[in-house]
Design a protein around this ligand. Structure first.
Ligand SMILES: [Zn+2]
Length: 108
């Protein structure tokens, strides 16, 4: 099932925990389901040559490249660091994500 089981989703603040972008932080722009990759704002930025067109005349643009989901962790603002996300069921039956360290509920 594509996209099922990811603990991270669009808009989450994450920190890169391995690879050449290690230590960088940003918000998830997109989860690429089926590929286990995420696009993170201002992380793993690469330069791309644009083909010339009538609108902007082409040139070089900077664009985020996908990062493997195993290289990033949720950034908990309470713990001030990367944490593991666990699933938790509330008393009302609602399933939410929570920080494994401080138990803060991440889905409001
Ligand atoms: Zn926490």
């Amino acid at each position: 099932m594509a996209g099922a089981g990811y603990k991270l989703k669009k808009g989450d603040e994450v920190q890169v925990v391995s690879g050449k972008e290690k230590g960088k932080r940003g918000n998830i722009l997109q989860v690429i389901s089926g590929k286990d990759r995420v696009l993170i704002e201002k992380v793993n930025v690469v330069k791309r040559h644009m083909r010339q067109n009538a609108q902007d005349g082409g040139g070089i643009i900077e664009k985020e490249a996908p990062v493997h989901i195993s290289n990033v962790s949720y950034y908990c603002s309470k713990c001030e660091g990367p944490v593991r996300v666990i699933h938790k069921r509330l008393e009302n039956g609602k399933k939410v994500r929570s920080c494994s360290k401080c138990a803060e509920i991440l889905d409001k």
